[in-house]
Design a protein around this ligand. Structure first.
Ligand SMILES: NC(=O)c1ccc[n+]([C@@H]2O[C@H](COP(=O)([O-])OP(=O)(O)OC[C@H]3O[C@@H](n4cnc5c(N)ncnc54)[C@H](O)[C@@H]3O)[C@@H](O)[C@H]2O)c1
Ligand SMILES: O=C(O)CC[C@@H](O)C(=O)O
Length: 311
């Protein structure tokens, strides 16, 4: 029998997929190059992606033998999971692989925003020495609002508690929150927080959750951090609020469209922006690759279960 064909369409560490090569025919394509991806799909038994490949109905149409779509990461918003499952295709991800990396990046984004690190670096690069205008605030004693209290939200809470922040949480679906955080309605959290950080999935329900009305509830001295998904925040409303001084700062790892091109947000001095780096550590990528490889192999080459012996 020919080896199953596995298409890897985003970059993964080579050592994480080594186990795949011994059993499968592994082929690499650039998932952003749709014609190249389409050309590879007719043979595919499995497709492994990160966030760079959009797995929509058109992709699934071109892969008649596809048995598995694997997301080397958490968010499945780039995969048409309903269509895949309706066709009997298994959709899997690596939910625990990058939690710590995203939480650590979130700490960096929060500190960068409240201490004006982007503006400071830009001013130095321009030959300026602007200290007075770049006076920030301490996090200790201030309030952090966490929207989405799952894996990442909880790790962010642990880390920011060590900065002596008071922590509010909004998550209507979380089972237990713990004694050291305060469950709060979204509007109340937005009104009371000095820093709001988003850690919820993008779904049809959460797209645009933070719009002009929600931003208007935030303190003009507050900062918004988004290392979840771009479409959760209305970027036009965010740009207006930041430009007009109705919000002090924003720190963004994710954008409604990636890459964000010439988004006007990138030109604002009170925006810290990085190119979707939350999961981009060697540690997280190795874990993500290993986890999806293990799961893909289990799907493609299930271990034969021996028939029970009569007693
Ligand atoms: N920047 C990155 O590289 C990166 C990496 C990993 C994950 N992410 C994003 O972060 C999100 C969170 O990751 P996670 O591992 O913590 O997921 P998770 O599923 O463990 O947690 C998500 C939490 O959001 C909550 N939630 C859902 N809808 C909500 C709503 N309307 N209001 C408040 N809370 C709501 C859920 O109840 C859940 O507790 C992912 O869905 C993904 O989009 C980004
Ligand atoms: O592919 C990536 O690195 C991003 C991963 C991240 O957004 C996720 O949802 O796991």
């Amino acid at each position: 029998m020919p080896a199953p064909v596995v298409i890897v369409s985003d970059v993964l560490p080579g050592d994480s997929i080594a186990a795949l090569r011994s059993v499968c025919d592994v082929r690499h394509v650039d998932g952003r190059d749709r014609p190249a991806l389409f050309a590879a799909l007719p043979d595919a038994d499995a497709l492994i992606v990160r966030s760079g490949t959009r797995v929509d109905a058109e992709v699934l149409d071109r892969a008649p033998g596809l048995r598995v779509v694997a997301r080397a990461g958490v968010g499945l918003d780039n995969v048409d999971t309903d269509t895949a499952r309706a066709r009997g295709i298994t959709v899997l991800n690596a939910p625990d692989s990058n939690t710590v990396s995203v939480a650590e990046l979130t700490v960096a984004l929060i500190v960068s925003s409240v201490r004006h690190l982007t503006a400071g670096m830009r001013s130095l690069a321009n030959g300026e020495w602007r200290r007075a205008e770049l006076t920030g605030v301490e996090l200790a004693g201030r309030t952090l609002g966490i929207v989405g209290y799952g894996r990442v939200g909880r790790q962010v809470a642990r880390r920011l508690a060590a900065f002596d922040m008071h922590i509010l949480v909004h998550d209507p679906y979380a089972d237990t929150l713990g004694d050291d955080v305060h469950p709060t309605g979204l509007d109340e959290l937005l009104t009371a927080s000095d820093v709001v950080t988003l850690h919820l999935p993008k779904t049809p329900r959460t797209a645009g959750l933070i719009g002009a009305r929600e931003l208007s509830l935030m303190k003009p001295t507050a900062h918004l951090v988004n290392a979840a998904r771009g479409g959760i925040v209305d970027e036009t409303a965010l740009h207006r609020a930041l430009r007009d001084g109705r919000l002090a700062g924003a720190a963004l790892d994710v954008f409604a469209t990636e890459p964000p091109g010439t988004s006007p947000l990138l030109a604002l001095p009170n925006v810290v922006a990085v190119p979707h780096l939350g999961a981009s550590t060697h540690d997280a990528q190795l874990r993500a690759g290993q986890e999806v490889v293990r799961k893909v192999l289990a799907e493609l080459t299930p271990v034969a279960v021996p028939a029970p012996t009569a007693v």
